[in-house]
Design a binder for this molecule. Sequence first.
Ligand code: C2E
Ligand code: MG
Ligand code: MG
Length: 714
Amino acid sequence: MTTTKQGYTHNLLLISENQLSLKSLSGFSESQGYQFKGVDGCDSALDLIRRSNFDLIVLAVGHTPARWNALFDFVREKRNQLPIIALCDAGLFGEFSNRLNHPNIYPLVAPYNPVELDKTIKEVLNQRRIQFEVNTLQERIKQSEKMHRFLVNNSPDIIYILNERGEINFINDRVEKLLNISKEELIGKHFSTLMSEEECKQHPYVFNERRAIKRVEQRSELHLRKRLYLNGEDKTTSLSMPFEISAMGIYEIDRRNSKPQFRGTYGIARDITDRKQAESLMRFQAYHDLLTGLPNRTLFRDRLSLAISHSKRSGSKVAVMFVDLDRFKLINDSLGHTIGDQLIQAVARRTSEILREGDTLSRFGGDEFTLLLPNIRSQEDAVIIAKKILHELKQPFFIENHELYVSGSIGIAIYPDHGEQIEQLIQNADIAMYHIKSHGKNGYQFFNEKMNQSYAERLTTEQDLRQCVEGEQLFLEYQPIYNVQTSGVYALEAYVRWNHPQRGILNPAQFLHVAEETGIIIELGNWVINRVCADLEEWANPILTIAVNFSPKQVEHADFENMLMSAVKAHNVSPNQIELEITEELLMTDLNLITSKLKRLSRLGFSISVDDFGTGYSSLSCLHKLPINTIKLHESFLRHISNQYQSGDACIVSAITAMASGLNLNLVAEGVETQQQKDYLMNLGCNTMQGHLFQGPVSSQEARKIVVAPVLTE
Ligand code: C2E
Ligand code: MG
Ligand code: MG
């Protein structure tokens, strides 16, 4: 059978002018199972060849070979053209030989012997198949070479081949771009030309890589030299660039002993500058604070651990300081985060400048910095630095047209005096810092054990507070505010108290700051306003006003208005009976937001007073814009008022009194304790007062007695 392995039947073109011979060839082809077509002229043969695919032509040349010239020419011209078996009379061979002499033409003596013809056809077809396969393979190799050349020359990596002596046999174009050295310059040179001497010693395997493919996965990093031109082209120097090298030994089988023979090295060198930079940036970010560039907590702990180990050996001390800026929140809230961030950066810069090499200043978060002074002799060394920092912080900071003043509170813990463990030292410095903060700020303080107790107390206060709001431990006291001219009660002020199961009755100073820091103040405030409304409902005195204190956190809370309204509604109380006591500190936060909130509350009927007036920073213009009814003069201004009326405080009181009347605000003097104070205030025209001189805070039962009796107002 003549079909191929792929099931293809060979297609023959039979050509003869002689009908008899054409018939004979057709009969022969049919008997052998070939597909065939027969034609009797050169033109029709050429026409068919152009239109159809044949595997072989069998041509009976006859007596007039010249007639077939066009056909022979066609076959000669085209490479890989159809093979022709030319059946030719023996006599014609001589004169026709130059025509027949072509690798694709197979002459055979006519008349043909069927066995010989069949054998020749098979041979020709076989050869043609082999030729075809060779051509296909060559084409594939050509394409693959083209592709490899393209890949090699366009590769972002340097690709090279070294001989067994480590000399460069091949290197791709990339080397020129990456290292500024032409490949022509490198061919024949040793690979070490590209490396520094040091690097060559450390990585000799790069140009002598003998490992074969299996272990090549192991990559190594080294530096290659990039040529740099200085002063134009005159002088050159080199820059070390990081590369990742993958290399593999090349082996050939030695014919003599059939053993693999080392012939050199293939290698790829990848420029990893970007990756290295990204890695070092990531490393930096992992250990540094992005805003200031200072070490972060992790790096601080690391350095502290090293310093402690060193001190253990040398017997020296280590100081850990916790530095917290005072009033930073105020600046951040009032001037915005951008200014706040710049201030933090400026503080970091200024503080870093006064430190020794070896000291570590780190940003712990927000406005908190920690400082490590390793290897100090005594606590005095830490005092010197703490004083220097406080002095530096005191100087004004100029940021975007603002002249800003901050101060700092510094807590100090010394190794080994105040702890031997990293966490303990940091925590104790933090506790000492809290201590100085709650005692007037702006100073430094060493840790001592007593502070630990108050710190622990603070922690338990927080835990207890969470439970107390739900329990029955809170209660209110009320203090009347009098109109001293009429001796009538002008209003009551509510103060929260906590009946702690172990510690007894606690005043707000003992727990409010913890409630504020932990957010418990929101729940606590809700309890207070509901209790006040419940009392108002019970006492049923529609002209009584009760002043209720609210810290900034409460007023800023998104639910503040809802909370107030649900309390008054729940107890059928009119908002007119509630005065909201806010602090000046609140006015330093987002003033626009607060103004619109207070305006809404004022429209609902609540009156608003500014508590402890004169101790904060509120400006006159902001007082004017806000819907404020009353200002409450802080008791501290009354402390020095004596018979002589000489002190500076007295001047402030008269100034505030004048201002209140100018702005048409009620003025209430707080903490009036002596007759002189009362007289002095009355003299200035301030007639609304509260204080121990009249009545201290009383229980709600006592307060009830006061207000259920007919209430006198102005
Ligand atoms: P404040 O609103 O300025 O209250 C005045 C404080 O002075 C009260 O202390 C009061 O008992 C005390 N006081 C009254 N008369 C005199 C006097 O003649 N001389 C002196 N030296 N002091 C007098 P208290 O109750 O310990 O409250 C302290 C602060 O805690 C209050 O200051 C207020 O800001 C806050 N506070 C009290 N209750 C609450 C509350 O329910 N919520 C909130 N957020 N804060 C509250
Ligand atoms: Mg108050
Ligand atoms: Mg007050």
